[in-house]
Design a protein around this ligand. Structure first.
Ligand SMILES: Nc1ncnc2c1ncn2[C@@H]1O[C@H](COP(=O)(O)OP(=O)(O)OP(=O)(O)O)[C@@H](O)[C@H]1O
Ligand SMILES: [Mg+2]
Length: 460
């Protein structure tokens, strides 16, 4: 049941009928601009008849005066053609005179139902957005800080204007999905849909039906028409996860959609305009796929207007320990356990482990440690890291180097190459700085780069 204000419309029978249905009704004349005709507290529904005043102006004024109320404008038959202008001006709904008791009841029911649907969407969007705030994302290492700054800048800039396109690359578990969400929910499109599609989860033909939609009868199972995810994301963001899983043909269609800003449902001959900000992610190296003829280079360039390479966790310095501390606190709290903490030995183990599964693996290791043991201080063994398969090079307190060699053996050359690559990443590709880290001359490093065929420009 709703509170309704009738402004300059509806005779006594309308108010009486709404009252009989249990709504609370107030009637008032539609005042001149500047006068408060809606009253306070604002009602759920305002129904107003412009009575000769331009209807769009009335719609605009009332929707500004009572932004939380549904605003229904009753047009004179001569104004019926203005309906869409009036809706654009901020009205929630329009109807044409005469306003009868029955039509008023329908308008109120519809307005209340729509307001409830909107509230539900807002609630769900709020829930979806939780955890996608930039401050929830941990990263104090120089690379991550710079990346967050750029991403925040892009998010602020993104608006209804030309849609931004972003590509996230990085090993598994480095935060590609998380950052795609963070970007959307920090962009000006945060109240619009965030639509996520895992291109690897569906076979080729279904991907196209999902992305672009289809008309009834487009294929055997298409019993009804169906809007695609592009259409669903209109105004917001479409996140194409595992984008490299798209076949060449789907890639061509995607490219056309991105270039033209239009999509065509399967089985349709009509294009629909879509305004979508596209974020894509992959853990593969797209240029390699391009050179093998498995990915369209035009699509690669389209998708990667802004490209962010997420470094593996092992190259983020103390971020691993910070993340581990956050997860320890979070997991203890969510299971209602007394707060646990990481012992110094566990921290050291976290620092030196290679984390092939990156942040996801770290999360699961902490979860095992927090749930699996009674004691308050987490020890290295609690993490149950898979040390056997990972070479571990550690500088001891007296400068002595300790290398763990797995049962399967380890090539000395691989250790050397791994160290050089790591130093280059830490130095962001700067050979002089990498040489300093490895305590060799620049020329010595140059010689080894050639020997191993490492390109410093792409290793930073
Ligand atoms: N910087 C970060 N701070 C806090 N949590 C993070 C961070 N990066 C990633 N995570 C968490 O780590 C887990 C893995 O991240 P995510 O799923 O985004 O990785 P991904 O790169 O998409 O991996 P995949 O390639 O396997 O899909 C998620 O639970 C995510 O919330
Ligand atoms: Mg992912």
């Amino acid at each position: 049941l709703a509170s309704v204000v009738l402004l300059g419309c509806g005779d006594a029978s309308v108010a009486a009928e709404l009252g009989k249905q249990g709504h609370s009704v107030r009637t008032a004349p539609l005042g001149a601009p500047g006068t408060d005709s809606v009253g306070s507290p604002p009602p759920d529904v305002v129904i107003a008849s412009p009575n000769g005043i331009p209807a769009a102006g009335v719609a605009r004024r009332l929707s500004l005066e009572a932004p939380a109320s549904a605003v229904v404008i009753i047009l004179a038959p001569a104004q019926a053609g203005d309906a869409s202008i009036v809706l654009d001006a901020g009205a929630t709904d329009v109807a044409v005179e005469p306003l009868t008791a029955a039509s008023a009841a329908v308008l109120v029911t519809r307005a209340v139902r729509e307001a409830r649907a909107r509230a539900r969407i807002r609630y769900m969007q709020g829930r979806e957005a939780r955890g996608a705030e930039l401050r929830e994302v941990i990263g104090q290492s120089a690379t991550m800080k710079r990346l967050f700054e750029t991403l925040a800048r892009l998010a602020r800039r993104s608006s209804a204007g030309p849609a931004v396109r972003i590509l996230f690359t990085g090993e598994t578990g480095t935060g590609k999905n998380l950052l795609a969400r963070v970007f959307h929910f920090n962009s000006n499109r945060r109240d619009e849909p965030f639509v996520e599609v895992n291109c690897g989860a569906l076979p080729g033909t279904l991907v196209e039906a999902e992305l672009f939609g289809y008309e009834r009868g487009a294929f055997t199972d298409a019993r009804t028409s169906h809007a695609g995810l592009f259409e669903a994301a209109h105004g917001g963001t479409l996140f194409l996860d595992e984008v490299t899983c798209l076949g060449m043909e789907s890639q061509a269609k995607l490219l056309t959609a991105l270039e033209s800003g239009r999509v065509r449902r399967l089985g349709s001959s009509e294009d629909r305009v879509v305004d979508v900000q596209v974020v894509a992610a992959t853990s593969l190296d797209i240029p390699t796929l391009v050179s093998k003829g498995q990915f369209r280079s035009e699509l690669y360039h389209r998708l990667s207007a802004f490209s962010f390479g997420l470094p593996p966790l092992r190259d983020r310095g103390d971020d691993a320990v910070m993340l581990a501390e956050k997860f320890t606190e979070e997991i203890s709290r969510s299971y209602g356990l007394p707060p646990k903490r990481l012992g110094d030995a566990a921290k050291a183990a976290i620092r030196s482990y290679r984390w092939p599964g990156n942040i996801r693996e770290l999360y699961h290791a902490i979860e095992r440690a927090v749930l699996g043991e009674e004691r308050d201080v987490i020890e290295p063994t609690d993490l149950r890291l898979d040390l056997a398969t990972a070479a571990k090079v550690q500088a001891g307190p007296n400068g002595k180097i300790d290398v763990d060699i797995p049962e399967a053996g380890l090539a000395l050359e691989d250790v050397e190459r791994a160290m050089i690559e790591k130093a280059l990443r830490m130095a962001q590709g700067n050979v002089t700085r990498a040489a300093a880290l490895l305590k060799v001359s620049r020329d010595t490093l140059r010689y080894r780069l050639e020997k191993f065929g490492i390109n410093p420009a792409t290793s930073g």
